[in-house]
Write a protein that binds this ligand. Structure first.
Ligand code: ATP
Length: 357
């Protein structure tokens, strides 16, 4: 197991700066995701780790070794990309053996390791098939076996599931996590699929325009986004403009057009003065709709449009001219809220995230 350290990494393509002085530390054995909108620099960062790009500035360390200028084949990384890129004229076993033959590993050893790698991705019985006799998910398992068989120092995955249908993606998500943990591999995984990142990662970095906006566990990033872009990118949320009334440690009070809220600061280090303009972020599932007002963090309004989805109901809650999205999960009220006159909605202070950008 190795750590991966990125120090002050800058990568330019002509006049485009794809990465701006990035710093990042990935722990040994960690399953780490790079997430962000198209063009944010995820692939550039991953390819720099793989050695396909040499950065203009900064360093990359695998453990204590500076690999910044090391050729890709000397880095001993296992890679898996969107397209499976299996050789069509070779059997599954031959495809997996390829990397070992290149490294001049002895024949017996190759046979044993290919067998082990295929077993670990549950493809042992397909060793003699050709790639075109396999499903997309099975081909992706073979690609994973091929990445693992060389006993890489780390695994680098670029949108590995994007060619699969929704059901297979779900299955392979769990499979990739199982294999990474079983092999205790430090893994960097690029995706723009937030559900994939939330469900599989130990930690993630959210990138935008070549900068890292936030690093944290799925829960930290989802529950406490530091910035509007992060809150917006991960999950759904409503932004309500407001004015800061006061702050006491982690507690913060904000006045908005729909009411007064007690909340928490998204970025605990943000420096913001009383009276400053801020934005409140509240996720739809955090509201509780009630008939009578609650003691605090309570707004008054009425249901506008609603969508019945069986297990949940989605509502537009209109309060003082502002429409907020809310989700009802109590089976008693799902689908019964429409046009039911004046209602109230309340939210816990920890779910009222105050943002300054
Ligand atoms: P996507 O999700 O669309 O794959 P990404 O987050 O992986 O996007 P990158 O491919 O890393 O983004 O691109 C980052 C920036 O660098 C973009 O502005 C892109 O246009 C630019 N870029 C990437 N590769 C090259 C290249 N080979 N030549 C010129 N510009 C490039």
């Amino acid at each position: 197991m190795i750590s991966i350290r990125i120090q002050q990494l800058t990568k330019r393509f002509g006049s485009v700066t794809a990465l701006h002085h990035l710093n990042l530390e990935i722990a040994p054995g960690e399953l780490f995701f790079l997430l962000g909108p198209s063009g944010c620099g995820k692939t550039t960062l991953l390819r720099s780790m793989a050695g396909f790009y040499i950065p203009e500035e900064g360093k990359i360390f695998f453990g204590d070794e500076d690999v910044t200028r090391l050729a890709p084949h000397k880095r001993n990384t296992g890679m898996m990309f969107q397209s499976y890129a299996l050789w069509p004229h070779m059997s599954v076993a031959e495809n997996v053996a390829f990397g070992l033959e290149e490294r001049k590993v002895a024949k017996d050893e190759i046979k044993r390791r290919v067998g082990e790698a295929l077993e670990s991705v549950r493809m042992g019985q397909y060793a003699e098939r050709r790639p075109n006799q396999l499903s997309g998910g099975q081909q992706q398992r073979v690609a994973l076996a091929r990445a693992l068989v060389i006993r890489p120092r780390c695994l680098l995955l670029d949108e590995p599931l994007s060619n699969l249908d929704a059901k297979l993606r779900l299955e392979m998500r769990t499979e990739i996590r199982r294999v990474c943990k079983e092999f205790k591999l430090t893994t960097v995984y690029v995706t723009h699929d937030q559900k994939e990142a939330l469900s599989v990662s130990d930690r993630m970095a959210i990138l935008e325009s070549g900068h890292i906006l936030q690093v944290g566990s799925p829960r930290e990033v989802y529950k406490r986004p530091h910035r509007k872009t992060v809150a917006n990118f991960i999950g759904e949320t409503d932004f309500i403009p407001g004015k800061l009334l006061g702050r006491e440690g982690d507690k913060i009070w904000v006045e908005t057009s729909v009411g007064r809220f007690q909340g928490i600061m998204g970025d605990p280090l943000a420096n913001v003065a009383t009276g400053a303009t801020v934005t409140v972020s509240i996720r739809p599932e955090c509201w509780t709709i009630t008939q009578a007002p609650e003691a605090q963090n309570n707004i008054r309004g009425a249901i506008g449009d609603s969508v019945y989805l069986g297990e949940i109901g989605q509502y537009d809650f209109v309060s003082n001219g502002t429409t907020l999205k809310m989700v009802e999960r109590n089976p008693r009220y799902v689908g019964t809220r429409a046009a039911s006159g004046e209602l109230f909605a309340s939210v816990e202070p920890e779910d009222v995230v105050v943002l300054v950008d």
